[in-house]
Design a protein around this ligand. Structure first.
Ligand code: F6P
Length: 357
């Protein structure tokens, strides 16, 4: 049964990243100017649905007299959450009806899109997904909004670490985010000229890492080395490194320091290692032009899908084309990890970069 579309909702869900606002801007402009829809911005993802917190978005209200801040501002004007909320599914789901929505565009990572797709199926929402995450691990798309900017930010950090490393003959370690996926670390390590890249998908061991550092020392005469370590990479003795917050929730962080300590103690202090955990610096800042362009393409195509009545789809970049892929297939595949045969893994190895595996 086709629904006449008059009013569409948009929300951002999961960890923020640069480019979300550019997507909200594109959705609003295309929906209002291109199709005459009314656009409702839902605050804080499912929390806004549960609490009925929303506002109307118009091209002129977001343009701010031509300053057009959404093009260049990181984060999300709608707010976001990346933890479960204390609300019944029925209360969240009824928010869609209470806001008078005919369709909804959800900008989220793999976890958020799975949750929202569950609600959509249960409550009959007309849903279109837009992939975003600095982890770049949403299935069936080459790129998620935010990844390109995070790679650029962390690559700049590599350049900053290099000068201290060279000046002091140190092993400099950069810990990147990415949860269980190593895309971010792999891209940053290659772009930043790392000597070793440790990612969750590839097992590594300390002896081989040290041997690769020794080869670097032989080539250069003295040792400076740059290591990029994904937060989800395994520790030298197995397992992941986590911190636990006051509510007992665990999150990945600290592997960089563990690797630094392991290198120093295995070499009896002959090598000096310093770790930097880049943390949320990677999620902030002005979106790169590539992310702004991607967000604009995704936003406009998502609205056009709504206008055509094509729901339960996610917009996706494959090669250079923007297409729609079935949201249930994306959700069923879960987090898209780095394949051991990834061309970037091979490129790194051909350059003498230690990646384990
Ligand atoms: O999924 C995005 C991400 O930034 C991960 O890379 C990271 O592990 C996590 O979110 C951090 O979440 P939080 O902002 O809750 O600390």
């Amino acid at each position: 049964m086709s629904t006449e579309i008059k009013r569409i909702g948009v929300l951002t869900s999961g960890g923020d990243c640069p480019g979300l606002n550019a997507a909200i801007r594109a959705i609003t402009r295309r929906a209002v100017n291109g199709h005459g829809f009314e656009v409702i911005g839902i605050e804080d993802s499912v929390a806004g649905l549960a609490n009925r917190e929303f506002r109307t978005l118009t091209p002129s209200s977001i343009d701010q007299g031509g300053f057009d801040p959404l093009l260049v501002t990181g984060g999300t004007i709608l707010g976001s959450i990346n933890k479960p909320i204390d609300a019944l599914a029925e209360v969240i789901e009824a928010g869609y009806q209470d806001m008078g929505l005919d369709a909804m565009i959800a900008i989220g990572g793999d976890g958020s899109l799975a949750i929202l797709q569950g609600h959509a199926q249960h409550a009959g929402w007309n849903l279109v997904g837009v992939p975003k995450t600095i982890d770049n691990d949403v299935a069936l798309t080459d790129r998620s909004i935010g990844f390109d900017t995070a790679v650029a930010t962390a690559t700049l950090a590599c350049a900053h670490l290099r000068t201290t490393g060279v000046s002091h003959n140190r092993v400099m370690i950069l810990e990147t985010m990415g949860r269980g996926a190593g895309h971010l670390a792999l891209h940053v390590g290659i772009a930043g000229g790392a000597n070793a890249i440790l990612i969750p998908e590839l097992d590594w061991n300390l002896d081989d890492l040290l041997a690769s550092l020794e080869r670097t020392r032989e080539e250069r005469g003295e040792l400076f080395a740059l290591l990029v370590v994904a937060e989800g990479a395994s520790a030298p003795d197995g397992g992941t490194v986590e911190v636990v917050d006051t509510k007992g929730r665990r999150r990945l962080a600290g592997i960089g320091h563990v690797v630094a300590r392991a290198i120093e103690s295995a070499t009896g202090g002959e090598l000096t290692a310093r770790a930097t955990v880049l943390g949320h610096i990677q999620r902030g800042g002005r979106p790169s032009p590539n992310d702004t362009i991607l967000a604009t393409q995704y936003g406009t195509v998502a609205v056009d899908l709504v206008a055509q009545g094509l729901f339960d789809q996610m917009v996706s970049l494959r090669g250079t084309s923007i297409d729609a892929v079935p949201l249930d297939e994306v959700v069923a595949l879960g987090s898209a990890l780095v394949h051991p045969d990834d061309p970037l893994v091979h490129a790194g190895r051909s350059m003498g970069v230690y990646t384990g595996g």
